[in-house]
Design a protein around this ligand. Structure first.
Ligand code: ASP
Length: 344
């Protein structure tokens, strides 16, 4: 090799090394799910083993991530997210906060099953103590499937986590080229790759034409502006969801809080209402939500308000449950808790 060539390659090496060192550091926390799922054949898209592959395998499958971020991985759990529980949620939240407090971390991606993805995302939206990006990502097809959606979703999640534009927007879900805010997003289809939507309130942005494009952000409190702190918590108060239906009966469990998934605008069958009224009178905090996917659950018939029942705004029952759990770690005053339902 000529001296000139050596000099040239040394200069190139230095340029590449500086470039790599300049990339944002993104930590991928893996929890399992379909994105790490494997099946016996490449056409099998149901009944596979969720959470089978480890984080290193997922990282190695998408080398293009290294063009956008200095990526490293950590396995938190390897579960199908229908098995997510409070213990794991708190463990994840504490690790997220530890990493966010580290100046060496610029953003976090969490790989997660899609079944309860929106719950973990909203929980972290309420308890993550930083404006650095925290992005949740999953897949609808296992890693072994033809047209698996996981690799592109992971690449896009890392790109958003590494981007300056994602700072301060709260926790987000990136899947299928869409960026949705944790508060408003929900899983809308059991099997389709285009499942995560924010009905009515809409996506925050897209990844298209090779660009991250944001159009808006939530006006609700989150992350650095949240009053909730899980650093000293080992568990959360019990909150049950009661799903309304024809022939509802008033059987209630012994919970500190109840979310009622009502018909229409949080309506309640009379026998169930009597039981909820009694529960509220005995100090259980009862929040009216709705099994209807769109719209806010608002103040409605006076007897609900007189009985001290609260309203969930646009939070669906599973998200209202998480906010009520966190609210109950601070107070059991219904007025104060209603304030929280208006602010988060
Ligand atoms: N059952 C899987 C899970 O939630 C489904 C998925 O990841 O899409 O882990």
């Amino acid at each position: 090799m000529s001296f000139r060539k050596i000099l040239l390659s040394a200069a190139l090496f230095t340029a590449t090394a500086v470039f790599a060192a300049d990339l944002p550091a993104v930590k991928i926390l893996a929890t399992g799910g379909t994105i790490a799922g494997t099946a016996a054949s490449n056409t099998q898209t149901t009944g596979y083993k969720a959470g089978d592959l480890g984080i290193q395998t997922l990282i190695e499958a998408v080398p293009a991530m290294k063009d956008y971020a200095d990526v490293s991985g950590e396995q938190i759990v390897k579960i199908s997210s229908n098995n997510m529980d409070t213990k794991t949620l708190l463990k994840l939240a504490k690790r997220v906060n530890e990493l966010l407090a580290d100046p060496k971390t610029d953003g976090i991606v969490i790989t997660h099953g899609t079944d309860t993805l929106e719950e973990t995302a909203y929980f972290l939206n309420l308890v993550a103590k930083s404006d650095k990006p925290v992005i949740l990502v999953g897949a609808m097809r296992p890693a072994t499937a033809i047209s698996a959606d996981g690799p592109m979703n992971l690449l896009e999640a890392v790109r958003v986590a590494a981007s300056k534009e994602a700072k301060g927007k709260g926790v987000m879900i990136v899947m299928n080229d869409e960026i949705n805010g944790a508060r408003d997003v929900t899983k809308t289809n059991t099997t389709n790759v285009s499942t995560f939507k924010s009905p009515e309130l809409g996506a925050l942005g897209y990844i298209s034409g090779g660009k991250i494009r944001f159009y808006k952000e939530s006006t609700k409190r989150h992350t650095v502006n949240s009053e909730f702190d899980v650093s000293k918590l080992d568990t959360l108060p019990r909150v049950d969801i009661i799903y309304s239906h024809i022939d509802d009966d008033p059987v209630m469990a012994g919970a500190k809080g109840i979310v009622h998934a009502g018909t229409g605008n949080g309506s309640i069958a009379d026998p169930t209402f009597e039981a909820l009224k009694k529960a509220a009178a005995n100090g259980t905090v009862v929040v009216r939500s709705a099994r209807v996917p769109n719209g806010a659950t608002t103040v409605s018939v006076p007897k609900y308000t007189e009985a001290g029942l609260l309203e969930s705004d646009t939070l669906n029952p599973q998200k209202a449950r998480l906010l009520l759990q966190l609210a109950l770690t601070k107070t059991s005053d219904p007025k104060e808790i209603q304030r929280m339902f208006e602010e988060y």
